[in-house]
Design a protein around this ligand. Structure first.
Ligand code: 4PL
Length: 246
């Protein structure tokens, strides 16, 4: 008996990192999860790890046709959609002096336009369903003003404030909309980037010492995605060892 028995979920960014861990958790608690990622091979591997009725779909969340195709696949296969976890994002490391408009647009296209497109399509299916849970990955960088990612910080601020507004729009359809805001987290993506050198700085500010890992973030995502979180909407829950407070 799992919290997500009979539920159908889409998790974007689920080939690895926090999205991958969240998708595996929902699956382990009974959900049929569509592992959605632009890295289709990675998503296939994670879906195979989850087993059961889980499957993978390649998607570019910044492309309306790709997002429409993802939703057609999920609805044809599963008949409904209960949960959307928006974990897909570009995590850039670009100092302000090098931040071109092209780079700004590249990040905003995925991290904010992609959120709009996913919520646009998913909320239609959830509205027909009369039930829904949308959980989007934010970042504590919106409170800290973290360096070398001004465009990312701008997009993640939009993730939080858009979610507040969408919660109002969808409340009448029994759909909740919330965010989880991790701090710097030890993922494959972070280890491949200069962000990996910031763990000591973050730890200095944390109330609880140590490096955040995907498994530290997943419980907050799973709770907000669960049926029993029905009275919580429009909120942003920070899960960062107490680095920032608000
Ligand atoms: C504090 O979301 O929140 C680095 C990279 N440092 O992506 C983030 C902090 C990063 C963050 C983030």
């Amino acid at each position: 008996m799992g919290r997500f028995d009979g539920r159908v979920a889409i998790v974007t960014g689920s080939a690895r990192g926090i999205g991958g861990a969240a998708a595996l958790r929902l699956a382990s608690e009974g959900a049929t999860v569509a592992f959605a990622d632009i890295n289709e091979a990675g998503a296939e591997a994670k879906a195979a790890e989850a087993g059961g009725s889980c499957f993978a779909v390649g998607v570019d969340i910044g492309d309306p046709e790709s997002v429409a195709g993802l939703h057609e696949t999920v609805l044809a296969r599963c008949g409904k959609l209960d949960v959307l976890v928006n974990a897909a994002a570009i995590v850039p490391f670009v100092p302000w002096n090098d931040l071109t408009f092209e780079e700004w647009r590249r990040v905003l296209r995925v991290n904010l336009d992609g959120l709009y497109l996913m919520c646009r399509a998913s909320s239609e299916a959830m509205r027909r369903n009369g039930y829904g849970r949308i959980v989007s990955l934010c970042s504590n960088s919106i409170f800290a003003g973290t360096p070398n990612m001004a465009h990312y910080v701008a997009a993640k601020g939009g993730v939080m404030t858009f979610s507040r507004a969408l919660a109002t729009e969808l409340g009448g359809d029994r759909i909740t909309v919330n965010c989880v805001a991790p701090g710097l987290t030890d993922t494959e993506g972070v280890q491949e980037s200069p962000h990996k050198d910031a763990f000591d700085f973050c730890e200095m500010l944390q109330a609880i010492k140590g490096h955040g890992t995907p498994k530290d973030i997943v419980p907050a995502i799973a709770f907000l995605a669960s049926e029993e979180a029905h009275w919580i909407t429009g909120q942003t829950l920070v899960a960062d060892g107490g680095m920032v407070r608000w």
